[in-house]
Design a protein around this ligand. Structure first.
Ligand code: PLP
Length: 257
């Protein structure tokens, strides 16, 4: 069985973070492992508390996993501190990890900060150059580039600019900020658009985590990047379109469809 490691935060409500990652990996038929960067107390309405893992304890979790079961892909999500980023970069190099998907998680949909401001550039400099693909949404791509993205043309230019700067492939997720559910991939000089029509369901908590885990699972299974993104997008669409409606806020996806 293929194995995938998620280095990410825990969402107590089970909709995002490592809980979404493990559900996604299980449905994809790969074996999910985790190295937890932070515990969050949260539900569908927001995050009430965050308890970070020390860099040392994060390192111990990664060592425990990768010294025993090699990963066919690694997905990185919430990484609050620069010290954690440094440990993760060191470990990924040490274990010569392939198929690395980095979701540069900065702020939750509910508005809570999941990363310190100073961590973004450290993550970009240390992790992007060793990743297979990075998966920023529009606000994250804007923060990384320091300019606004207002249309599909600018999305494409932003993907090219990030790819050039960091030497990795880039998937920018349009969500509903530009046009309905349009994502652009810049991979080895080629632009690919992935578009679906808007699904009328406000319950989208954990979509970013789920998408990056689905891409990592597909890469682990041997699909190339473009095929992995296409499959992952189809998976996300089915989990949203089920219409699950749990909690008082933006509810989770249904992985059991
Ligand atoms: N909580 C954790 C632990 C996460 O890793 C993430 C996103 O990656 C979120 C919350 C945010 O999820 P969303 O913005 O989909 O609500």
């Amino acid at each position: 069985m293929k194995a995938v490691l998620s280095i990410a935060g825990s969402d107590s409500s089970g909709g995002a973070g490592i809980q979404a990652d493990l559900k996604t990996m299980t449905v994809h038929g790969v074996f999910g492992m985790t190295a937890i960067t932070a515990l969050t107390a949260q539900n569908t309405t927001g995050v009430t508390a965050i308890q970070e893992s020390t860099p040392e304890f994060l390192e111990q979790q990664i060592d425990a996993c990768l010294s025993d079961i090699p990963a066919d892909a690694v997905k990185i999500g919430m990484l609050p501190s620069s010290a954690q980023v440094e440990v993760v970069a060191k470990k990924l190099r040490e274990y010569k990890v392939k198929n690395l998907v980095v979701d540069p998680v900065m702020v939750a949909t509910s508005g809570s900060k999941l990363m310190k401001d100073s961590t973004a550039s450290v993550m970009a400099n240390l992790l992007f150059p060793i990743s297979t693909v990075i998966t920023p949404n529009i606000p994250e791509a804007e923060a990384l580039l320091g300019k606004t993205i207002a249309n599909k043309n600018q999305m494409e230019e932003a993907a090219k600019a990030l790819s050039k700067e960091y030497g990795c492939s880039v998937l920018i997720k349009g969500g509903h900020s530009i046009e309905d559910a349009c994502d652009v991939l810049f991979d080895k000089g080629q632009v690919s658009w992935f578009e679906t029509t808007k699904i009328d369901n406000p319950n989208t908590h954990g979509t970013g985590c789920t998408l990056s885990s689905a891409i990592a699972s597909n890469l682990a299974l041997g699909f190339d990047l473009k095929e992995s993104v296409k499959n992952a997008k189809e998976y996300i669409t089915s989990t949203i379109s089920d219409g699950l409606d749990l909690g008082k806020g933006s509810g989770p996806l249904n992985h059991m469809v």
